[in-house]
Design a protein around this ligand. Structure first.
Ligand SMILES: [Zn+2]
Length: 316
């Protein structure tokens, strides 16, 4: 396991945090001893999903699945990968001791994002399922909708302008799909058109922020930069569309200005996107190279744990 630590950007807030931390430390040492590790932490866990042997030619990606765990013990799952890797997501959740998901989000109905829900929704109790208002023509989409109904899982749509307070201090602010999106069919929509409807939200916890982006393309990024500008700035960046160069335009990554970026993809995604982010000062992690990527924060500092370090001559 490798760890990297990122401290916050501003000296002023660092100083005040230092004083707060010092005061807290004195109180703790006098009154109660040190808090146990992990308490008060928020984590974002990217599962490195693996295609199964012999299936490489059949599909491009194993897909995305991200577990967000809050300081108050709530668990949120964003996407669940392809149907074939649903059991891998389930195993990870069991290993992490997660037997209930408070919130589940389907960023958009493509199979590399919702397929694994066919396993997860059957096996784990769900507080609330959110998806975008797009009825999608696929057997996987229909299967997920049937399971939601059969198991009486609370199910709602979500869009730009919605704000979800997961618990006091942990907020999700939604920027996409556009307010009023309500499509009874994907007829006439290209693959990119569906990707551009992906859920995009910004999570905040004290001084920490993360932008989760689904599979949006550059056109949607430009729209978001124009509309939201600095409100997109986030310390952690989920590189859209598995870190590929359909996305992560210069305007977008310069607006987000992340310290930490993650590509959720088996191999690399785009080398030029990787290098652009690194040139901006972001550390970049790739599930296909690093294995599982876990970002932890106490609301101030960020630490990142990976299974292995990247060792590629192209990325030095
Ligand atoms: Zn995808």
């Amino acid at each position: 396991m490798y760890n990297a630590i990122f401290t916050s950007k501003t000296t002023r807030s660092r100083n005040s945090r230092f004083l707060t931390a010092l005061a807290l430390l004195i109180c703790l040492s006098i009154f109660s001893g040190l808090a146990s590790a992990g308490e008060g932490e928020l984590s974002i866990h990217y599962f490195a999903l693996q295609r199964l042997n012999g299936e490489q030619a059949e599909f491009a990606y194993a897909g995305d699945s991200i577990l967000i765990s809050t300081p108050g013990g709530k668990h949120l799952l964003v996407d669940a990968g392809r149907p074939e890797v649903g059991p891998q997501v389930l195993t990870r959740l069991h290993e992490l001791g997660v037997d209930h998901l408070d919130y589940v989000f389907a960023t958009h109905p493509h199979v590399d994002h919702i397929g694994g829900f066919r396993t997860i929704l059957q096996e784990i109790s769900i507080g609330q399922f959110y998806q975008i208002a797009l009825v999608y023509d696929s057997s996987h989409y229909r299967a997920v909708q049937s399971i939601l109904k059969e198991r009486n899982i609370p199910n709602a749509t979500i869009e730009e302008g919605d704000i979800l307070e997961v618990e006091p201090g942990v907020l999700l602010e939604f920027f996409n799909p556009p307010a009023g999106t309500n499509l009874s069919s994907n007829e006439g929509l290209s693959t990119g058109g569906v990707n551009d409807l992906s859920l995009v939200f910004r999570l905040t916890y004290e001084d920490f922020s993360a932008l989760i982006t689904g599979d949006i393309y550059r056109a949607r990024e430009e729209y978001l930069v124009e509309k939201y500008g600095e409100r997109l700035q986030s310390r952690m960046y989920d590189a859209p569309h598995h870190g590929q160069d359909t996305s992560s335009s210069n305007a977008f990554i310069r607006t987000v200005r992340p310290e930490v970026s993650v590509f959720s993809i088996e191999l690399l995604g785009s080398v030029s996107t990787f290098l652009s982010l690194r040139d901006l000062g972001s550390k970049v992690y790739v599930t296909g190279l690093n294995g599982d990527v876990v970002i932890r924060t106490d609301g101030q500092e960020i630490s990142v744990k990976v299974d292995k370090e990247i060792d590629s001559p192209f990325l030095r």
